[in-house]
Design a protein. Structure first.
Length: 363
């Protein structure tokens, strides 16, 4: 049955949908000269105009997350995947190790990459449960001399989200690529937090790093200056040309979040959206979510059809209803609905209506 509604919804895990207002601002910025003559995106990154944008972006982020003054905010390139290597290279002394908590696909990638650069160890793994729950912090084996303990706050591909974070004797370092700005956060509990921007902060090309200044150390031999946290902190992320378009988008996304009540308001919406979808899944005989209920992600809802061969029909009909990119992670399969801050409640309501109707015809 074809859809008669005009609005289409993008459930992609990233790059993800932008709010209509931010999309409009971006189009205006690209299409028109600013009042002063030269659009912001064509101005030198060292000039007052673009510097002002970077300073405002940092101030918005600091306000929204309550980032303490003794933390630096860095704007980097290379995505979160580059950080998988840059963390050990920047944070560890030669020969020093770190501990990694393996909660799913992305935590594993971070761990495997770090192994190439330092003697890191797996502190705990959820592999035995198929990554359907987070290993209990009491069981994490974190050596006292580890430089840090790494975790992934939200497993984008597995649909698993950490609900709280333990106090450890070593700094916590967190990949928050998929849930930064979706809930309040006690930044002071972490040594460093990083997040690519293409989910909740605009388009791809930028990675935020929030780091306690006392962890900054001079670049070790072999580490390119452009990827040294200390160099970037010293030079306000203008060591070389920053990704101007991605920074512009992040700025407008942060304004958009601030105007809508900040992260507390985002968290309330997040809960509302995901509850609607999980309730639909749990009440169904066709859909199934294997993740432990109290650790299910509020941003990436991952589930499957009990009748797996029906999945292709499901995706095809969803597309015809304007419900796009519901396929699970390419390495994991299943269905995934990514509900980042820009997803309106109506998008999830439409998805739930479609799923119920699909089940009534195929269940
Ligand atoms: C939790 C998490 N970490 C890291 C990444 C990798 O980010 P990037 O592609 O920007 O390197 C992703 C991408 O989806 C992710 O979801």
């Amino acid at each position: 049955m074809a859809c008669t509604c005009s609005e289409a919804y993008n459930f992609a895990a990233g790059p993800a949908m932008l709010p209509a207002e931010v999309r409009r601002q971006l189009a205006e910025q690209l299409g028109h000269a600013a009042a002063g003559g030269v659009p912001l995106l064509e101005q030198p990154f060292t000039g007052a105009g673009f510097r002002g944008l970077m300073e405002e972006t940092e101030a918005l982020l600091r306000n929204l997350l309550g980032i303490p003054d003794d933390y630096a905010v860095l704007f980097m390139q290379g995505g979160a995947s580059a950080q998988f290597a840059l963390l050990p290279l920047n944070l560890l002394a030669a020969g020093q190790g770190a501990a990694y908590v393996e909660t799913g696909h992305w935590a594993r990638k971070a761990f495997v990459e770090a192994c190439r650069h330092a003697p890191v160890r797996c502190a705990a793994s959820g592999a035995a449960t198929g990554y359907t729950s987070v290993p209990a912090p009491a069981d994490w084996q974190v050596p006292a001399d580890a430089g840090y303990c790494h975790l992934t706050s939200n497993e984008t591909g597995n649909g698993l989200q950490m609900q709280d974070f333990p106090q450890l004797p070593v700094p916590l370092v967190a990949d928050m690529t998929s849930d930064l700005l979706t809930r309040p956060l006690a930044v002071e509990r972490f040594g460093a937090i990083y997040a690519s921007t293409q989910k909740n902060l605009g388009v791809a090309g930028l990675c935020l790093v929030i780091i306690r200044r006392e962890l900054l150390r001079p670049p070790r031999p072999g580490l390119p200056s452009a990827f040294s946290y200390a160099v970037l902190a010293e030079q306000n992320s203008r060591f070389n040309t920053p990704p101007t378009l991605a920074l512009y988008c992040a700025n407008r996304m942060l304004r958009w979040v601030a105007e809508r009540g900040g992260v507390t308001a985002m968290a309330a919406l997040c809960r509302q959206r995901s509850r609607l979808l999980y309730d639909c899944i749990d009440a169904s005989a066709l859909y199934r979510c294997a993740v432990r209920p109290d650790q299910r992600s509020a941003v990436n809802v991952c589930f499957e059809l009990r009748d797996r061969p029906l999945s292709a029909v499901f995706f095809g009909q969803a597309e015809a209803h304007g419900l796009h990119h519901l396929q699970g992670h390419s390495a994991l399969g299943g269905v995934r609905a990514s509900l980042y801050n820009a997803m309106p409640l109506e998008g999830v309501e439409r998805l739930v209506d479609f799923m119920r109707e699909f089940e009534s015809r195929h269940g």
